[in-house]
Write a protein that binds this ligand. Sequence first.
Ligand SMILES: [Fe+2]
Ligand SMILES: [Fe+2]
Length: 497
Amino acid sequence: MNYKEMVFSFNRIGIALGSETRMSNLFNLIVDEIIDFTNCDACSLYITDLEKQELIFEATKTISLIRKGETSVFKSFSVPLDRTSISGYSAITGETVNISDCYEISDDKEYGFDKSYDKKTGYRTKSMLSVPMKSTDGDILGVIQLINKFDENDKIIPFSEDFEQIILSLASQAAVALSNVRLLEANKNLYKALVKAFSQAIEERSPHTAGHSKRVAYISAMIANHINQKKEGVFENISFSEEKLEELKYAALLHDVGKVAVPENVLEKQNKLSDDEIEVITNRFETIKFSATHNMVNLEEIKETIDSIDDKLSFIINKNLPGFINDEDKVRVKEIGLKLFTDFDNTEHHYLTEKEVFMLTDFVKGNFSPDEWEKMKKHVSSTLDILKEVPFTDELKDIPRIAGAHHEMLDGSGYPLNLGKEDIMLQSRILAVADVFEALTAADRPYKKAVPLDRSLKIIGFMAKDGELDKELVSMFLDDKLYEIYLDDRDNDRIIV
Ligand SMILES: [Fe+2]
Ligand SMILES: [Fe+2]
């Protein structure tokens, strides 16, 4: 390699190292590039762990073994961080160790060569160059060890002294790249921790749906991974990168974070009227019974009257549970409500107040009054508002958009923006399927029984047919029985996000 070629390779390696963002890739890249650059047979990379006082063996490559077709699975191991090994010596002292023959290290050296690997494999380690990876502030982050330098005729020769400086500066470049990747990973871990803390906050606020976000994230990731494996059909050309999968998972974990802004009495609402309100009605019905019977003498008549009032009360309590109320029952609630009784102070009252009748008959969804339902729906725009404030990295920049569209329906009937199919990202459509399916099949809650599986499958099937959920996604979810895998994982505590 002439001077020009060397400078060129040096720069190329610098650029390659600087653009790698993943630790294990970086280690292998360093080893590959150094072997190429130096024309030696093998290279290994160790990273220092000061806390444990160890050197961790992170990557290695041996050209002669690869040529012989010997490929073994890489196994990381660690050695004590002390001066007895060549790599340990370099790591502690920061010195470059250049040995022409590892079998002839003089006794006055603090380090020695461990021949056990050679004995086991028949390999002959001869020349070796052990170089510390020094960061810009002088910390030794690891050691790069080069073994058996070749000359033009592939004969093993010692590493020349000129070479030491070049490899030392390559090792420093590698150290800078390593510091950068560590910083990036620390950044990612911080994001991860914040996302988990955020989603934990909403779970704590709403214990009845505990674990919902985590399970939705699990189903979403499962659907996206399945799309990645599709070799045919509409998803054939769609592939989510690792970063995009991560982004989807975070968006799913955060999709309901806006529920922190929903008033507690709405968020945790179990029935149409609260327990306190039902208690007031129950006490009132005691008065009604007294007022209706206190002038009666005929026991039979008293019993019949009390039974009839109790029957009305049971009906009201029953209609207080969440769920659909048919027209006939609505009429009966209103009729009961309009009945009159005389209070102890001789004033007339209706059996039910106007608000009570309204709450029992005029709700829009489950157990919510129109006003409460508006407050509940607002959690999506709150999610969007909260997430828009987070300075996500470029790789995660779509999290607000994905999470903020989890209640949008493909036919434009969703909320908050009534978006149509073309404006809803595939990731949001995945999230919507996962959200609906999880909510349907979630285990029994005090106020909501889990919907049986066959019914849940039918419901998401209808939602796809009606143009609400993505047809292709739902078909894949049903046909490829992804729901079975999910339920099995859920029921066996294998939901890890
Ligand atoms: Fe939601
Ligand atoms: Fe949700």
